[in-house]
Design a protein around this ligand. Structure first.
Ligand code: ZN
Ligand code: ZN
Length: 352
């Protein structure tokens, strides 16, 4: 063996464990990668498999319309590439994908939780139910209204998993959610290496036992996580993109549970989980229930406003709010209409 006695850089192992990565996109020197290949620490697979049908081995896209044939300068043949995950670097037939099968990264079991908040009775129950599901390796649905403190509810489960030496991923379809969650988890778990992964994310050091990522970034993982949490499980584009849903499944280990967290569970999720692993919080953290909207018609309001009058029904409703000293919001579908209505509404306010 050419590289006998060579010592594997821990940073390389820490980066690659759980990832599926283009060989040519390595953030490490080429000769290091060659050494690791000689040590058989990588399982190498082709980028696009042709049999039994076309499939991108990174993003698992199988839609024949999302592949393009081109004259490849690298292999000097007709090559096929996957358009579906193109923005993460082109995967084509002659691409080699690296999957780490070398020594495992060192996982810590010490992850102190620094969170001093208190749960309401409902939150406490939901947090306990999620934890029980995680312990039993059972997938779980948490349906909680906005403002129910969903993130904090996850702390006990994440804490338990980390201290078991497990690797946890919190995935969400939205980058802004990753950016919002990152500092909150960093504060709650100050001794834990946490990575936040999204498009254009800076390079982060060490082996992250807790990963916060957009669902898109999960294309780059394979059987990596022992616990998968999908936040905003009904947000676009995750809800309509089957490949993203497959990415979540592929990024976790086969028997790892998924916790779906959402304010608006789809019928499909409810149907799947309502009767077994399901927590529901209809109240926000301050314990006021979320008002349930009620439909009241207000016909021809636009005409009425344009004639310089507030529709009688709306006028009465506004007066009731003012008498009861209740805050309220009136939403207009058009800015121009709002400009007409605002002074009229203000004239009612003057009387109170
Ligand atoms: Zn792909
Ligand atoms: Zn090629």
């Amino acid at each position: 063996m050419k590289y006998r006695g060579w010592i594997l850089p821990p940073a390389l192992r820490d980066f690659y464990e759980g990832r599926i990565w283009l060989k040519e996109h390595s953030p490490f020197p080429k000769d290091h990668i060659e050494r690791v290949i000689e040590y058989d620490y990588f399982h190498i697979i082709e980028g696009i498999q042709k049999e039994p049908h076309l499939k991108c081995n990174r993003c698992h896209n199988q839609d024949p319309w999302q592949f393009t044939m081109f004259d490849c300068s690298k292999c000097e043949q007709s090559c096929i590439y996957c358009r579906h995950c193109l923005q993460m670097g082109r995967v084509s037939s002659c691409t080699e994908l690296l999957i780490w099968i070398g020594p495992r990264a060192i996982r810590s079991r010490k992850h102190p939780l620094k969170w001093a908040g208190q749960f309401t009775v409902l939150q406490q129950r939901a947090a306990k139910e999620i934890l029980e599901s995680i312990k039993a390796k059972r997938s779980h649905l948490l349906a909680a209204v906005c403002g129910a403190g969903k993130t904090e509810l996850l702390f006990p489960s994440v804490h338990y998993a980390l201290e078991q030496g497990l690797r946890v991923c919190i995935a969400t379809p939205r980058t802004d959610v990753v950016l919002e969650l990152f500092p909150r988890f960093q504060t709650a778990f100050p001794s834990t290496i946490i990575h936040a992964l999204y498009g254009e994310a800076p390079k982060q050091q060490g082996y992250a036992q807790l990963v916060l990522a957009t669902t898109h970034q999960l294309y780059r993982f394979e059987q990596a996580f022992d616990v998968m949490i999908v936040d905003e499980a009904d947000a676009f584009p995750y809800i309509i993109d089957e490949t993203l849903q497959r990415a979540v499944k592929k990024a976790k280990k086969k028997d790892s549970p998924i916790v779906f967290v959402t304010a608006t569970p789809s019928q499909k999720l409810l149907h799947q989980y309502r009767n077994n692993s399901y927590s529901f919080i209809p109240k926000r953290y301050h314990n006021y229930p979320l008002p349930v909207p009620r439909f009241c018609s207000l016909w021809s309001y636009e005409k009425c406003f344009k004639r310089g009058k507030i529709p009688a029904k709306l006028k009465q409703w506004t007066e009731e709010r003012l008498v009861q000293n209740e805050p309220f919001l009136i939403f207009f579908p058009k800015v121009e209409l709002m400009k007409i209505a605002a002074p009229l509404q203000n004239s009612i306010h003057k009387n109170y």
